[in-house]
Design a protein around this ligand. Structure first.
Ligand code: GAF
Length: 431
């Protein structure tokens, strides 16, 4: 039998404890099913996704999972093992009843509701189910626990729909979504549930993960390619600041707005300089993705100071992603390190989404020999750092972080090695 991810196995073991051996009003004929989706790390390409640029994430061996049984009605009953909390959702009436239902749900269940609501809005036929949820993606820690929850919800809804809705690689039909369409749907769900106008990075990374590979995604065309991420000698370590800041959501939306404003100004400058006859043929700028480093250098001094720094970071980061992708194609994983330090500097000084605790973790890493590169990861203002480390330095870095970080910040931390793992899964267990 297939080995389940540990968090999925735990959810399975918990199901009969929570819902009783008969699954508590589940369809008695229905088998026990399990669905899961991974969190991600992002090697490079931070705050580039909503600028229609490039990202290079890896799905990791941490997942959010549902274990449950289909019901014969339209009722969804969920027990979160992590929050020790029950939530109930009515499929009937969605998406119209979204606003009425979301009010009385705990935060974690709002993401589930939002995905179910979007699936129904897309015209898919869903069926109720009882399920236990569990995960080992650090919550709110910059490893996309919410995207993993959204994507796992879609896979669970498909599993329990009893063949009425499938997720498959082939062409989309009225009853089939491709993994990439699921990613877009889950991105909309994230907007609905959290109010954060996120890009597609997290949901795409979760939907499209492949073991031993990073995913190079063009966030404009949504074309993607897998690049080998394997090197005998190096590992990825994730260190958690244990900081979760409320302001992250509003600061994120503000950065996005600033990028949009920079695009408007740059497009206007370019238009103004074009000869009348040239206007129609001059390349148009509709996102920072269209601004090359050369073009940016030409116009940067005419942007307001804050917008210049924000846009300057994004333009440079986009170029870095493509250079790192090229290195991975050549199998030169170790050469990626310097780019991570550069990204951190940009996020700290120009994009201004780092914080003291993230900077402390990166500076600790900088002093350990054998650390090739480190940076803050994800939206910022807390969460995790990602560290590219020679295997021979894993222990030393772990020890340095565990001893120095609490001393410098008064906080606890945890350090974990992550591996590039596969995407979501869903199956019924044999009776
Ligand atoms: C968060 C968002 F959800 C992503 O879309 C992305 O913008 C990331 O921050 C920054 O790269 O994880």
């Amino acid at each position: 039998p297939r080995r389940l991810p540990p968090a999925a196995q735990l959810a399975v073991e918990h199901f009969s404890i929570v819902f009783g051996m008969d699954g508590g009003q589940s369809d008695e004929q229905a088998a026990l099913g399990v669905a899961w989706a991974p969190g991600r790390v992002n090697l490079i390409g931070e705050h580039t996704d909503y600028n229609e640029g490039f990202v290079l994430p890896l799905a990791v061996d941490r997942v959010v999972a549902f274990a449950g049984r289909r019901r014969s009605d339209g009722h969804v009953r969920l027990w979160s093992r992590q929050f020790q909390e029950l939530a109930e959702i009515e499929l009937e009436g969605l998406p119209a009843t979204f606003a009425a239902q979301v009010e009385r749900l705990p935060t974690w269940a709002r993401y589930v509701l939002a995905v179910l609501s979007e699936l129904k809005a897309a015209g898919l036929a869903l069926q109720g189910f009882n399920a236990v949820l569990h995960g080992d993606v650090p919550l709110g820690g910059g490893m996309s626990s919410s995207a993993a929850l959204e994507v796992a919800t879609a896979w669970a809804a498909s599993l329990f729909s009893d063949g009425h809705f499938a997720i498959g690689k082939g062409a989309a039909t009225s009853t089939t979504l491709t993994p990439l369409e699921v990613a877009r749907l889950c991105q909309r769900a994230e907007h609905l549930a959290s109010g954060v106008r996120c890009g597609i990075l997290d949901q795409a990374a979760s939907c499209l993960g492949r073991p031993g590979h990073a995913l190079l995604l063009d966030c404009r065309s949504l074309d993607f390619r897998y690049l080998p991420f394997e090197s005998e000698g190096v590992a990825l370590l994730v260190a958690d600041t244990q900081v979760r800041r409320e302001l992250a959501a509003s600061a994120y939306n503000e950065r996005r707005q600033q990028c949009e404003e920079a695009v408007r100004l740059l497009a206007a400058l370019l238009q103004a300089e074009a000869e009348p006859g040239e206007r129609a043929v001059k390349p148009q700028i509709t996102a920072l993705r269209d601004v090359t480093p050369e073009l940016f250098r030409r116009y940067a001094s005419r942007l307001p100071e804050v917008l210049r720094r924000r846009a300057g970071y994004v333009v440079a980061e986009n170029a870095r992603v493509l250079e790192v992708a090229h290195l991975l194609e050549q199998g030169e994983v170790e050469a990626v390190g310097p780019y991570l330090w550069q990204t951190h500097a940009g996020l700290r000084d120009e994009y201004e989404v780092s914080c003291l605790e993230l900077d402390v973790l990166v500076e600790i890493a900088r002093r350990v020999e054998g650390v090739l590169g480190a940076r803050m990861m994800g939206g910022g203002f807390g969460g995790c750092t990602i560290n590219l480390v020679r295997n021979t330095a894993i222990e030393q870095l772990t020890e340095a972080i565990l001893s120095e970080y609490p001393r410098q910040t008064g906080r606890q931390t945890s350090v974990e090695v992550c591996r590039a793992a596969g995407g979501p899964g869903a199956l019924y267990l044999p009776a």
